[in-house]
Design a protein around this ligand. Sequence first.
Ligand SMILES: C[S@@+](CC[C@H](N)C(=O)[O-])C[C@H]1O[C@@H](n2cnc3c(N)ncnc32)[C@H](O)[C@@H]1O
Length: 236
Amino acid sequence: MFTPQGPTLRELTVQALSSVERGYDLLAEKFDATPFRTSDRLLTSVTESLEALGPFTSGLDVCCGTGAGLGVLRSVCAGRVTGVDFSTGMLDGARLAHPGATLVRADALALPFGPVFDLAVSFGAFGHFLPDAQRTLFAQVHASLRPGGTFAFPLPAPPPVGSRLYWALWGFDATMRVRNAVLRPPFVMYYRTFRLADVRTRLTDAGFEVTLTPMESLGRREDGSPRCRLVVARKA
Ligand SMILES: C[S@@+](CC[C@H](N)C(=O)[O-])C[C@H]1O[C@@H](n2cnc3c(N)ncnc32)[C@H](O)[C@@H]1O
């Protein structure tokens, strides 16, 4: 799962015993060599789906990390591209990879922007937000978009109940719940707290109109459902 360039098990353990912000500061230098960085395959597929929805002018990557989504924004936005994250280390990585982007250090639960963006994207970060925080996050993104603006992100189908991946994610979440019950600061990271039906309701409550686009280039499951959908939330 991990490459020689990636973090050691010890480094990952130290990260998981820190706060989310400090943990990513510690991981930042090696982050791109971990499976936690959004894959180029997924990024390409999102870019293709967004090209059909544009044109867009200014774009925001929420929880940009080392900048995986900034490349997507540069492909589909004609104007300024901005990344926001609260980890200084991750932002340093994004700055190196995307010297032309504007990078802002801020908590995604208190975004420091007016309604200026046409498009907001986010990749790989929703597990850091518990349901109440997701509501705040969606409201913050909504407030950062122009009227008619779009918030888009990929949402993979959950693994079939009882599959190996299902139990692996279940085990991960259970371990994190125990860890967070006994240790401070908490490290909020759960895989099973971002389900399509709930997400749709929370986006609608935040004022978005939600549509779903199957990401066909990522294929379909045996039951015919898409492996991944692009959630497209428009600010009315
Ligand atoms: C798994 S990384 C994903 C990075 C990148 N988007 C990607 O797909 O490769 C999650 C990122 O979310 C950021 N993050 C988590 N909670 C945050 C918050 N409340 N405010 C800002 N950034 C946050 C972390 O610092 C980290 O950079």
